[in-house]
Ligand binder design. Structure first.
Ligand code: NAD
Length: 503
């Protein structure tokens, strides 16, 4: 383990703030534990207000020079970041697994996602297009330009400890912003490792303060950050509760927030579906990452004709899920992040039982060191109060339905709106699901599960999921400000709408 940490520049005790140079932080010590066995991995001395001030000052200085660099040259720096990530894919993937408990292939997948978004951002650095418009006034030209915003605050959740930072940072960087990252206090070491990688790239390019890190608690650092007028954009990923707070504080100061919050994702299986495909889709969606993805399948709607048979097959498949050490390549489901999450899952199962849900399998803690639970299936109806909530654990509600109209109503009847999926071989059913009469989510899939998005699309959800979009497509616009320019190259000064104002 020590060799792995050393290769990534993670010490037994690390500073909690960095601008390219590490700051000697003096806050309380934060020890990061491996959720697979509860053992400590290494510690971080958290940042305090003065450390935060040093980080923001460096990010402001970096912004002043970075924004002057042509965007394709900024892209070249991100290309180098992608190369460094490629070189460190295995150790960083392993550290992701050790610190947040997802299985090794998903740890590697997370680093691959960082590499992919860097590649995407390099191309984007030559495509930050604005429109030109025809002016209604003679000899006038109108067009729009996109300018960087300033230092961007990135707040990330524990379950994607490095990829979510990269979705934001790679895109925000080619747009000309500097970045300050506050990672989850549950996964500080992966953030330290990524900062070390950024430091190499910054040093090679004579940069300081472009990518900065500040690890600290929500009151000392988080609240300071979201209220800080020097950060025009706060991109925050996490629970709806956190997003409501961040959104309110940032709006109060007329800042911009990009919110990526909780989901309560449903998968619908129609009678005419390819059931083998559906079963695999449900299994990865509901059990993968131990139910700790924002896009995890939490509600499974089964049409009446296939419901009993499909449920029986699913229960059987749940019994075969190999639970254990996430670094073991045979393992399919690792631990939850911590003891708090185990308790939350057990409480949720108890409440579901109280409300009338029938537990078909699972529902218990797994008797071994670490924070393991059994993947759980509950048979219920859509109106059970717990079904409306996101329980961030492998807890799946199975609900039977008869018609497409009925299931669409129930599907959309939750506060969250992140990901959704339908399995069907009917074109009409598939298109109805994707239409304005269908899913109200930011992501809607056909014959694919709810989780495992690619970076090329804009990622995010509606309603209490926060409305933000990150990663691909034109999500870059959220990291820039639009300026509309009109140039008069004639000798008259005509006014728009034919207004006359002559002496
Ligand atoms: P969380 O809300 O507990 O914490 C997320 C981050 O917000 C952490 O860095 C935390 O320190 C910070 N934070 C909390 N309160 C804050 C405050 N007042 N000011 C500033 N920062 C504050 O979430 P979590 O348990 O780490 O992650 C799980 C949640 O994240 C789930 O709800 C999941 O669905 C969601 N999530 C959403 C997406 C998405 O893209 N929509 C992606 C990953 C996770």
């Amino acid at each position: 383990m020590n060799e792995l940490l050393e290769s990534l520049g993670v010490q037994p005790r690390n500073s909690g703030a960095c601008t390219g140079s590490w700051i000697q932080t003096s806050g309380p010590e934060l020890v990061s534990h491996n959720p697979a066995d509860g053992e400590p991995i290494a510690a971080v001395t958290q940042a305090m207000a003065a450390d935060y001030e040093a980080v923001v000052a460096a990010a402001e200085r970096a912004f002043a020079t970075w924004r002057m660099m042509p965007a394709p040259q900024r892209g070249e720096v991100i290309r180098q970041l992608g190369e460094e990530l490629r070189a460190n894919k295995e150790p960083l993937g392993k550290l992701v697994t050790m610190e947040c408990g997802k299985i090794y292939s998903e740890g590697l997948g997370e680093v691959q996602e960082m590499i992919d978004i860097c590649d995407f951002a390099v191309g984007l650095s030559r495509q930050l297009y604005g429109l030109t418009m025809h002016s209604e006034r003679a000899s006038h030209r109108m067009y729009e330009q996109w300018h960087p915003l300033g230092p961007v605050g990135i707040i990330s959740a524990f379950n994607f400890p490095v990829a979510v930072w990269a979705w934001n940072a790679a895109i925000a960087a080619v747009c000309g912003n500097s970045m300050i990252w506050k990672p989850s206090p549950k996964t500080p070491l992966t953030a330290v490792a990524v900062q070390q990688i950024c430091n190499k790239v910054m040093e090679r390019n004579g940069l300081e303060g472009l990518f900065s890190l500040v690890i600290g608690d929500n009151d000392e650092i988080g609240e300071r950050m979201i209220a800080d007028r020097r950060l025009p954009l706060i991109s925050a990923t996490g629970s709806c509760r956190m997003g409501r707070r961040v959104g309110t504080v940032v709006a109060e100061r007329m800042g911009r927030s990009l919110l990526e919050l909780g989901g309560n994702n449903a998968l619908i299986v129609m009678d005419d579906a390819n059931l083998d495909l559906a079963l695999r889709g449900v299994l990865f969606g509901a059990v993968g990452t131990a139910g700790q993805r924002c896009t995890t399948t939490r509600r499974l709607f089964l049409q009446k004709g296939i419901a009993a048979d499909f449920t029986a097959k699913l229960v059987k498949a749940y019994g075969q899920v190999r639970i254990g050490d996430p670094l073991d390549e045979n393992t399919l489901m690792g631990p939850l992040i911590d003891e708090g999450s185990v308790q939350m899952m057990l409480d949720a199962v108890a409440k579901v039982r109280e409300q009338g849900g029938e537990v078909l399998c699972g529902g218990n803690r797994v008797d071994r060191p670490g924070h393991y639970v059994e993947p759980t299936i509950v048979k219920t109806t859509h109106d059970l109060p717990m079904v409306k909530e996101e329980t961030f654990a492998p807890l799946l509600y199975v609900i039977e339905f008869e018609t497409l109209d009925e299931v669409m109503k129930h599907h959309n009847d939750v506060p969250q709106g992140l990901s959704s999926a339908i399995f069907t071989d009917s074109l009409i059913t598939a298109e109805t699901f994707l239409s304005h009469r269908g899913s109200d989510c930011g992501i809607a899939n056909v014959n694919i599960g709810t989780s495992g998005a690619e970076i090329g699309g804009a990622f995010g959800g509606e309603k209490e999921t926060g409305g933000g979009r990150e990663s691909g497509s034109d999500a870059w616009r959220l990291y820039m400000r639009r300026q509309t320019n009109t140039i008069n190259w004639g000798t008259e000064l005509p006014l728009a709408q034919g207004v006359k104002f002559d002496l």
